[in-house]
Design a protein around this ligand. Sequence first.
Ligand SMILES: [Zn+2]
Length: 454
Amino acid sequence: MKSLLITNARVIDGSGAEPRQQSVLICGDRIEAVGAAADAAASARENLRRLDATGRTLMPGLIDGHCHISFDEPNSNDELFFHRRPGLAAIIAAQNIQKVLQAGVTGIMDADSIFEIGIDLRDAIEARIVDGPRMSTGAYALWTSLGGTAGRLIPDTGSRGYGMVVSGRDQIVTEVRRQIKNGADWIKVHVTGLVPRHPLGGEVQSWTRDELKLVCDTAHELGIPVLGHCRGASSIIDCVAAGMDLILHATLMDEAALDVLVRTKTPVMPVFTFQANLIDFGATIGANDSIRAMFRREIADSAVMLRRAYDAGVPLLCGSESGFSITPYGDWHYRELEVFVRDLGLTPLQAIQCATQTNAFALRLQGRVGEVAAGKLADLILVDGDPSRDVTVLGDKSRIKHVFLGGREIDLAPSPPRGDPPGWRVSTYGARLSAEVARGGVKPAPPPIPTDEL
Ligand SMILES: [Zn+2]
């Protein structure tokens, strides 16, 4: 087997420990030794390649716990639900996943995919048909007929986009078992969703505690974990009571919700990147101001509670919501770390731990990846700069110098620019053509802002 000795690197091991300058020996798909043991083992090794990493940082590859690899950067749910075709979506996902890997992301969880493409993509990666990061995947997200975050675009029955409507106990059990039969690593439930004109405002809980427990019991009997999209305290409390394994977002927590998370140490993945990008850069892309204000409040309010959860020992996972037009593939996977540092007050090393060692949980590979330690899978990146001082260096692709996946070095040459197949994007006729605009006296108004369904 070929061995690689990386010397003089600043090693961040993913455990939250301070970096140390030392050597790392990779043999086959594993890290064989770190530090003096690596130098000693390498001295007698034939077939050894050496890589001098002076001035660079060696760390575990990033794990993105929330990446929608099948979406292909839609502008809206309209586009995602009505302008995608299964074959093309799979082919395009196989290309997009390269950008993710080349950005230094050696593992992703895709909790819900259109046409359940995640399952096929994961299998194609594992069979080495497509090169891509390690991947864990859900199938369709589960909705009740009340829907989720797409309002009336969600049908009353059946599947659309990334989700499936289930009604009643029989359908819930049947669908969970069907997804597990087809190879889902996780079951995802949309526990809350925006319901147009609903008097409560915000996201409404669309499942009862009994229904959630039925999902969890059915999945757990078959050894499969469940995650839930939760915005709002009652949804968090009910999901934890139901035995859910991972809470997504966990925004708008109250003291009671925080208390159950702390008591059970249920892992939480906030996924702020989508909102943070809209808040910070939304003006540049003409995003709706009232949505930006809503997100700003949500991050500010949630940061305090999530920080308290973290301090009390609740595992915090890192996911970027990559895959939308606001979060294109390859560009923003590091961004959640930046939000953890800026808004939650974590140190860079704590944020890196969330995105590596802790995030191995999302891959269902806890203790096997996400760490630089002897015996772990050699999923590593070599970065020009010091992410233990500034995590944003991880967002500069020119600084990601080497990516190793299971000890194998990844080609970082970018794919040539691509186009879009016919009918793939939502198009408009253009701005509203009033008579005044037509006569040339008035400038056309910008396109209307959507009201109910986002
Ligand atoms: Zn998402």
